[in-house]
Ligand binder design. Structure first.
Ligand code: KE4
Length: 439
């Protein structure tokens, strides 16, 4: 379905000077964006500016309607502007935007999360996934009295210094900062290993186990594209960490309420010591949370010595939105239908790849998936980096030309929502049929 078939709406107020938004933004903000991936730097070209979202669609300032599989990188599991969330957030706004005092919806949302997530006994709300992982690591270092943190290459846990690190050359190497401005002394406190490589984890624990405060992992990786945990990988991490007295932190910012009602920990029957959440629990509003064992959360101020704070943490509008979204999801049954929608899209892409003799691999779980141009699904960042990224770039732009907004990087996950009905999935596959034929 071409973009012209989608644009059955009048140009919107932003249309006036539509071409000017980019230069105006870039004059004032790095890349003209508030987060780098939105700049399309990974695929080239100019980002479009959005006027509004509705269901599975975005409408840009020219009135062009795009079928959206970015979905704000994960939060919008019900689709754009779902009625119950809009109603709850609007009512909350009318009662005031922030109180600087606790509010009932904070408690209601915490109760909902604790009842769903097996390993979360108590939690603290923050404003982003970055804050959640940063705070969880502080708790882990305080609880263990240790400094070393282990992460996995290709896993992204937000942009704070300790985790903006990935493997240097070879495994078990001291972190090589992903960013300028991260002091070498700090990078030395983070070791980044290849995802799904149990041997390197065993070796590190044998050599430095007594120094390790925590192992933090995306239980389903979503930031090198979707990479599933190999059988036994997560279980080995838990076993090795527990044996060494280190804590296990599941970064479920993306997988929480995305792969199932109990997140990946529920899906795999595992119990990390600490869990980080964001995205779906905020419904598109700035919400993060970290939580886990009660004895660990008792370390957090004002109950304990680990300081962490936030002016807008537990914001009443954000809490109302997140609560409305989790209430609308309802419980585990929601995910059967969501996974079926994802499966229809993924299988359709596999069929089309075969038809057009284009090697594709489509790992998926729950409402998340990735289209890799490769013969097999990557098991690590190195394998993800070896996929055909030029072909992906052409796929991205081809789909955009057909009115489908695919994630603008081969290392970003595509998200399906409850609003992606059969017609939307069929439209996406019709577009992919045309685009894959041209690749
Ligand atoms: P935020 O600080 O962006 O809310 O969350 C950081 C974060 C932490 N952990 C995981 C597993 C995450 O996926 C993220 C953020 N995800 C990216 C998408 N790959 C955010 C998109 C962006 O950076 O704009």
């Amino acid at each position: 379905m071409s973009s012209s078939q989608h644009s059955n709406l009048q140009p919107t107020e932003g249309a006036a000077g539509a071409d000017a938004w980019g230069p105006r933004g870039r004059a004032l903000m790095p890349g003209g964006v508030s987060s780098p991936v939105r700049s399309f730097k990974g695929v080239g070209g100019e980002p479009f500016f959005v006027e509004r979202g509705e269901g599975p669609y975005l409408v840009d300032v020219r009135g062009r309607r795009l079928l959206d599989f970015v979905m704000s990188y994960g939060p919008l599991i019900l689709g754009h502007a779902p009625a119950p969330v809009v109603a709850a957030a609007s009512a909350a706004v009318a009662r005031g935007l922030s109180f600087g005092a606790p509010n009932p919806d904070e408690v209601r949302l915490a109760e909902r999360i604790v009842s769903a997530m097996p390993a979360v006994e108590r939690l603290r709300f923050v404003n982003s996934g970055t804050e959640a992982t940063m705070s969880a690591l502080r708790v882990a270092r305080a609880a263990t009295g240790r400094r070393l943190v282990v992460k996995f290459s290709g896993c992204y846990h937000g942009h704070h210094d300790s985790l903006l690190i990935r493997a240097g050359s070879g495994a078990a190497t001291l972190g090589v900062p992903d960013s300028a401005g991260v002091p070498a002394e700090l990078a030395a406190l983070t070791v980044s290993l290849p995802y799904n490589d149990v041997e390197t984890v065993e070796r590190l624990f044998a050599e430095r186990g007594s120094e390790i405060a925590a192992v933090i992992v995306e239980p389903v990786a979503g930031n090198m594209g979707t990479v599933l945990p190999a059988p036994g990988f997560l279980e080995s991490l838990v076993r090795l960490a527990r044996a060494a007295g280190a804590l296990v932190v599941f970064d479920e910012v993306m997988t929480g309420f995305r792969v199932g009602w109990g997140g990946a920990q529920g899906w795999r029957g595992l119990t990390p010591d600490l869990t980080c959440l964001a995205k779906v629990i905020g419904a598109g509003m700035p919400v993060g949370a970290y939580g886990g064992r009660s004895d660990l959360m008792e370390l957090v101020a004002p109950e304990g010595p680990v300081y962490q704070a936030g002016t807008l943490s537990g914001n009443p509008v954000a809490m109302a939105a997140g609560l409305a979204q989790l209430t609308a999801i309802g419980g585990p049954d929601f995910y059967e239908d969501l996974a079926a929608r994802t499966e229809a899209l993924a299988q359709g892409l596999e069929v089309l790849g075969a038809r057009h003799r284009v090697p594709v691999a489509v790992p998926r779980v729950g409402g998340m998936m990735t289209l890799f141009f490769a013969d097999q699904a990557p098991q690590s960042m190195a394998e993800a980096e070896a996929t055909d990224r030029e072909r992906f770039r052409r796929f991205f732009h081809g789909m955009l030309g057909e009115g489908v907004f695919w994630p603008p990087s081969p290392f970003e996950t595509a998200f399906v929502s409850a609003a992606h009905d059969e017609r939307a999935i069929a439209s996406a596959l019709a577009a992919a049929d045309k685009v894959l034929a041209s690749l």
